[in-house]
Design a protein around this ligand. Structure first.
Ligand code: NAP
Ligand code: G4F
Length: 348
């Protein structure tokens, strides 16, 4: 009988961590996740597996730890003896990284280093494969379009810069210690589990509240930023596939098409039978509900970033060729899928 594989996920309580845990459990893995202590347990995204049937519970374990705390990371790694580590823990909000640059560097740059060092110093280099959650934010103001694995990096935020350190240190451990360590350069991916302060969920939740008359307006920043938005549930499979290859290598994961924030808002409201008419320009631009003439979208400069990433779109052809991975859910389907879940949420 084949030995059960053991996976350790940092950032298990997050959007991707929860989908990845479910995916690996279905594959028959024993899954260990790291959770941070907080005043309220934030296990909503894990409810299906954490409170699920006993059989599944016996294969899913949560450990208290923090990516800024080497001792906890090393102790958990030592106890779990993972075959695969997925490092997803991060301060993942680009705007917030301008407010907390030092914390972001500690979490997003030094965090992965702590995990790599735990694997190395415990003598697990031959046993344990490592995945790092890299990001299209590293391309920043990209020098070419679409972006691929060899596009030069030009990050534009403390977040992007911290993630670039993590990306490069992962490559260094691969080369220096012959470790199976690789990074997925993932473009934006969303879902009904996406954090509520990212622009997609902010829009979909506001659209519902506006229709239910619980909110008057939606305040946004840059309406013209373009992103390559895919579906998170599909992207976690690519993470796993990268660790199943013969050799460790970094891959871009993307849909290959991009859209503006404005387009996203239009589609989300359209699901609720609301068409937006845009009037004005710059910070005076407003979105008006065509049916009743009410202003439903306004610009708040608070959401502008000191340095913005205007236009990202990825080329995932290497992943398609070598991993056999391709996105199934494109823009319109993604918006509909998130809206379908929001509509069911009676708390909004
Ligand atoms: P997310 O929902 O914000 O999840 C982040 C996870 O990291 C949460 O579980 C969070 O725990 C945990 N975390 C934060 N600080 C920590 C710390 N100090 N110690 C331990 N855990 C900590 O992010 P996501 O969208 O799932 O993204 C997963 C990873 O992929 C992140 O590294 C992100 O930067 C990267 N990424 C995301 C995208 C995207 O579009 N989603 C694209 C490219 C790369 P709490 O639940 O306690 O907050
Ligand atoms: O949804 P966002 O906050 O995502 P952003 O900055 O692209 O970062 C996400 O994707 C990265 C991959 O490229 C990840 F690495 C990162 O962890 C995160 O998951 O913003 C998207 C765009 C930006 O251009 C932003 O300026 O939307 C624009 N935007 C306009 N109004 C807004 C808002 N963003 C937010 N969060 N809130 C607004 O009101």
């Amino acid at each position: 009988m084949e030995k059960t594989k053991i996976a350790l996920i940092t950032g298990c309580t997050g959007q991707d961590g929860s989908y990845l845990a479910e995916f690996l459990l279905k594959k028959g893995y024993e899954v260990h996740g790291i959770r941070r202590r907080s005043s309220i347990a934030k296990l909503d995204r894990l409810s299906r597996i954490h409170y699920g049937p006993h059989a599944e519970r016996n294969k899913f374990f949560l450990h208290y730890g923090d990516i800024t705390d080497s001792a906890s990371i090393t102790q958990i790694t030592k106890r779990v003896k993972p075959d695969e580590v997925y490092n997803l823990a991060a301060q993942s909000h680009v705007r917030v990284s301008f407010d907390t640059p030092e914390y972001t560097a500690n979490t997003d740059a030094l965090g992965p280093l702590r995990v790599l060092e735990a694997i190395r110093t415990l003598g697990f280099v031959r046993k344990t494969k490592f995945y790092q959650a890299s990001t299209s934010e590293m391309f920043g103001n990209p020098l070419e379009s679409p972006q691929h694995e060899n596009t030069p990096f030009f990050p534009r935020s403390p977040y992007g810069i911290a993630k670039l350190y993590a990306h490069l240190i992962t490559a260094n451990y691969r080369e220096a210690y012959n470790m199976f360590a690789c990074s997925g350069i993932l473009f934006n991916h969303e879902s009904p589990r996406r954090g509520e302060s990212f622009v997609t969920r902010k829009i979909t939740q506001a659209a519902i509240r506006i229709v239910r008359r619980k909110q008057d307006k939606l305040y946004l920043g840059n309406l013209y930023a373009k992103r390559d938005w895919g579906y998170a549930k599909e992207y976690v499979e690519a993470m796993w596939l990268m660790l199943q290859q013969k050799k460790p290598k970094d891959y871009v994961i993307a849909t290959g098409e991009n859209h503006t924030v404005k387009e996203f808002a239009e589609l989300a409201f359209r699901v609720l039978d609301i068409d937006i008419e845009w009037q004005g320009q710059g910070i005076s631009e407003k979105g008006i509900n065509k049916k009743n003439g009410k202003i439903i979208v306004e610009i708040d400069p608070y959401y502008f970033r000191p340095t913005e990433v205007e236009n990202l779109v990825g080329n995932a052809s290497m992943a398609k060729k070598e991993l056999g991975w391709a996105p199934k859910t494109k823009f319109q389907k993604l918006v509909n899928l998130i809206m379908a879940e929001e509509v069911k949420n009676k708390d909004l």
